[in-house]
Design a protein around this ligand. Structure first.
Ligand code: ADP
Ligand code: MG
Ligand code: MG
Length: 252
């Protein structure tokens, strides 16, 4: 059964410590929301978990089903079932969306067990329909000229095709209008599974009206400072973050 365990994670970027002892455990079937003000290290957490080379982990440990994630390179992490929908998905000129996605799907599978082209296209078409994406996006270069909302839908399409064990969604709601938000949320909800865990990073409570989290965590200054249920997200929406700082004696 899926279990991601993050213990005392510290990470540095360009000499500056951003993650300062981050702890969290996510089990299959659970949805965890991490909320926090801008600049507290939410995206840094996502990147450090995926193994982005810019972020240097200086201490702590992370395991996925008992295996040491920090020892794995980026490809191995993906193969182990970790997935990140990025806050700012990158554009890759010259690589079509479908080519990119098919390599990603095959990289996730055992060697010699590659998905057939026909099966891949059929799956991709069906998932794009669910996400109400125009089929032409299959042949467009990855994210090139996509609007903010189209990029986010495309990230969800990747998640649907890759069927991860742990999915990290970094501000998937930013730049989405209300219809796109609903479609994206439906995509996520359709993937809820007893053996799949979600880490939903968001600045706003709005998304959590559509994707009901089991746990809500407040992140400040590189670590979780407070945890609760969905009611915590509602209070943050109504009152902002100042009361958390006051309660915990945190200064900017
Ligand atoms: P959040 O996602 O919570 O808004 P980030 O993780 O993006 O926060 O950023 C946390 C801090 O790390 C910020 O002070 C930011 O400026 C810094 N930071 C993040 N990425 C980089 C980078 N590539 N180079 C330099 N500083 C960075
Ligand atoms: Mg930010
Ligand atoms: Mg961010």
């Amino acid at each position: 059964k899926t279990r991601l365990t993050i213990n005392g994670l510290k990470a540095v970027i360009e000499g500056k410590e951003i993650l300062k002892g981050f702890d969290l455990e996510i089990k299959g079937g659970e949805i965890h929301a991490v909320m926090g003000p801008n600049g507290t290290g939410k995206s840094t957490l996502a990147s450090a978990l995926m193994g982005h080379p810019k972020y240097e982990v200086t201490s702590g440990n992370v395991t996925l089903n008992g295996e040491d994630l920090l020892e794995m390179d980026v490809d191995e992490r993906a193969r182990a079932g970790l997935f990140l929908a990025m806050q700012y998905p990158s554009e890759i000129a010259g690589v079509t969306n479908s080519d990119f996605l098919r390599s990603a799907v095959n990289a996730r599978r055992e060697e010699g067990d590659e998905i057939s082209l026909i099966k891949f296209i059929r799956q991709m078409e069906s998932q794009m329909k669910t996400l109400e994406m125009n089929p032409e996006f299959m042949h467009r270069y990855l994210n090139e000229g996509f609007s903010g909302g189209e990029k986010k839908r495309n990230e969800i399409l990747q998640m649907m095709m890759l069927e991860p064990k742990i999915a990290i969604l970094d501000e998937i709601d930013s730049g989405l209008d209300i219809d796109a938000l609903r479609i994206v949320a439906e995509g996520v909800n359709a993937l809820r599974h007893e053996d799949r865990g979600f880490l939903i990073i968001t600045h706003y409570q709005r998304l959590l009206n559509y994707i009901k989290p089991d746990f809500v965590h407040v992140m400040m200054q590189g670590r979780i400072v407070k945890s609760g249920g969905p009611e915590l997200a509602e209070r943050l929406e109504a009152e902002g973050y100042e009361w958390v700082k006051a309660e915990l004696g945190i200064e900017d």
